[in-house]
Design a protein around this ligand. Structure first.
Ligand code: NAP
Length: 279
């Protein structure tokens, strides 16, 4: 223990982590709210993760975000795992408590819901099925949140069907699995459409699922945010759908962590978006 106040530190633990937008995001808030803290990228190899996590609180860290490839393995290192992190099977936010205990949470689902609620005020997820494309880590958080807000049915497809079937087994009968080659059929009457795959991202193949069956009443969102406007969003908007980009999810998932670490609930606004995009 030190006998003087310490500068609070936080960071994002991943590998690689240089591409992460989190340092810019939290750095913007620290400056905006005049907090004498720092947030840095921490590139940590899998084998060093337990040692690093145990050492961070001793160096003045009040918490950390966790990204690929550590989101799942970090659960075993935490003393307290929230219900939603346990349900999702991964954590993205750690809080180092003053009593030395490590608390693991997952705020991706919160970010997903907040982004849609705020940017598509007409969104009524209970009024129709949701179509979810992809069954990776992000899909788990999306499915958990959609079930929580009362979506009647989740139509799920994934290139590797076994991963989608595993999610149906875990999340229950409201999840219905579609073959990847028949993904276009699951868009009919969907009130919510979510791309949780990496398709459409810079450097990845394009999203090629035909969108003809989309209803103009659908709210369509893409978790990919580089580029900000994906082809999926452009096509859906041209068909009359309400579209929401994935950057908002990234910004909103960061709010609960910042509040717990630094004591201020930060605001998500256009200036933050511009700062994170480097505008
Ligand atoms: P992940 O666990 O590695 O899952 C990747 C998903 O993409 C799987 O469903 C995978 O299908 C699919 N996929 C990858 N390449 C494909 C291809 N060529 N054809 C068809 N499907 C393909 O990754 P994740 O953590 O879920 O992240 C997925 C995406 O969401 C990434 O673009 C990530 O940046 C984004 N994301 C955004 C936010 C945000 O805040 N906006 C948060 C989390 C993630 P298979 O199972 O068949 O491999």
């Amino acid at each position: 223990m030190t006998d003087h106040p310490r500068i609070p530190l936080a960071g994002v633990i991943g590998s690689p982590v240089a591409h992460s937008k989190s340092p810019r995001l939290h750095g913007y808030w620290l400056k905006k709210y005049g907090i004498a803290g720092h947030y840095i990228p921490l590139d940590v190899a899998q084998k060093d993760l337990p040692e690093v996590i145990r050492a961070l609180p001793k160096a003045g860290f009040v918490g950390a975000n966790v990204t690929i490839p550590h989101k799942e393995s970090v659960l075993a290192l935490a003393d307290v795992v929230t219900d939603r992190a346990a349900l999702i099977g991964a954590a993205n936010t750690l809080i180092f408590r003053p009593d030395g205990r490590i608390h693991a949470d997952n705020t991706d689902g919160y970010g997903f819901t907040a982004n849609l609620t705020l940017n598509a005020p007409s969104w009524q997820p209970q009024t129709g099925p949701a179509a979810v494309i992809g069954a990776g880590g992000a899909a788990r958080a999306v499915i958990a949140s959609l079930l929580e807000v009362g979506v009647p049915e989740i139509r799920l497809t994934n290139r590797t069907k076994a991963r989608a079937e595993a999610l149906r087994t875990e999340f229950g009968a409201r999840v219905v699995v579609y073959d990847w080659v028949q993904a276009a059929n699951m868009l009919e009457d969907a009130a919510t459409v979510v791309n949780t795959t990496a398709l459409g991202m810079v450097g990845k193949p394009e999203f090629r699922i035909p969108l003809d069956a989309l209803s103009p009443r659908a709210v369509v969102t893409d978790l990919v945010y580089a580029p900000l406007r994906t082809q999926l969003l452009d096509t859906a908007e041209a068909m009359g759908c309400t579209v929401v980009d994935g950057l908002g999810m990234l910004l909103h998932q960061a709010v609960p962590g910042f509040e717990r670490w630094f004591g201020v609930r930060p605001e998500v606004d256009q200036a933050l978006r511009d700062a994170v995009l480097g505008a």
